[in-house]
Design a protein around this ligand. Sequence first.
Ligand SMILES: *Cc1c(COP(=O)(O)O)cnc(C)c1O
Length: 441
Amino acid sequence: MNEQIKTDALNSAHHLMVGGVDTLTLAKKYQTPLYVYDTGAIRAEIAAFKQVFEENHVDYQISYASKAFATVAMYQLIAQEHIHCDVVSGGELYTAQQADFPMAAVSFHGNNKSLAELTMALDAGVGTIVVDNFGELRQLTTLTTQRQQPTTIMLRIAPGISAHTHDYISTGQADSKFGFDLDSGQADQAIKAAQAAPYLKLVGIHCHIGSQIFEVNGFEMIVDKLVSEFARWQRELDFYPQIMNVGGGFGVKYTAEDHPLQPTDFVDAIIKETRAQTAAQQVPMLEIWIEPGRSLVATAGMTLYTIGDEKDIPGIRKYLSVDGGMGDNIRPALYQAKYEAVLAKNPALPAEQVASIAGKYCESGDMLIWNQQLPATAPGDVLAVLDTGAYGYSMASNYNRNPRPAVVFCEQGHSQLVVQRESYADLTRLDLPLSVPEKTK
Ligand SMILES: *Cc1c(COP(=O)(O)O)cnc(C)c1O
């Protein structure tokens, strides 16, 4: 059986289960394509992170990078688990507000926050604004001074280190649109400007070196570099950061080819390196913040599709088409991301065919999986593409005017609709009719 599936994930009828609910029941009840989440698995990931920090007796904060998957119910779940969250736009902030997420536990990120977004964040009273560049720093200084509103900030820096990962999703190197460059002295300049701003309270430094990282090495390099800068900043700038925010990017297992560490292994290494370096550099032990996105939700989610038409080209390839595709999961087309799929009615059946899973969108690149081993399939069978919980729904589009799928949370045998399926009426809701009258003949 596919090793991505947990051993207890089949019921007595051999159907694939999620959060104790039969996926075939879900497909029938909510239709396909459908995003389904095992929310117990998300809670377990959060608990595992907390445990490492607590066992190591360090001050910490876990801030869910909500761009991985953001809906009202998801912010509510995060609030139930008493961790923080990151938002990167007015829209994510608004969604968190709709969820009554505690604003003090929000960090606001982004490399081009608009005046309206900064004002919205100040009105909302978000806990931390992570300032990305000089323009934003000036704007925020002006705003907070006008409003006489004390505001906690961190500075995002580009540490000149990139994690070994795909170019499009690698963000820590010097040549990046994100953050104040460290080596050229921009970070020092930003610290001085923040210190001079009467209402800004600079509590820490943030960096995020990339995504889907498989080695602790990049994080250890970050810690080494940051702590030595912290020591220098104490000496030269009288700046004593309390918080070191090392971002997210902890890799997850999408296919049998991926061999990630446990997310908690990263944290363990980060804590140990921070202890060692702060002691060596005579810097007080820091509060460590992490921002996991993908690792909290990716493997907790899957997408259910119904198999439709097939095309078998003798000696070349067999295509199985499903009722979704790049509109609900752009990652294969965007990043050549790899997934695995199983037949929901019995994932344990032996493979009898190799098929490539095509979406229904009008692009040849709309392929979800190449060369998937599967048992025999027939039109109408439900196919589960595994581990789609991160950057699936959050990157979904209405390309080809396909409605976006619904989202269902499952836990302890109960399912709950948390995002409705879009209707055709939703698709034209914002459209306005042509106002120019037809030419008179
Ligand atoms: C995207 C992002 C994250 C989360 O990255 P994952 O790879 O999903 O863990 C964390 N912090 C920042 C600033 C990000 O932009």
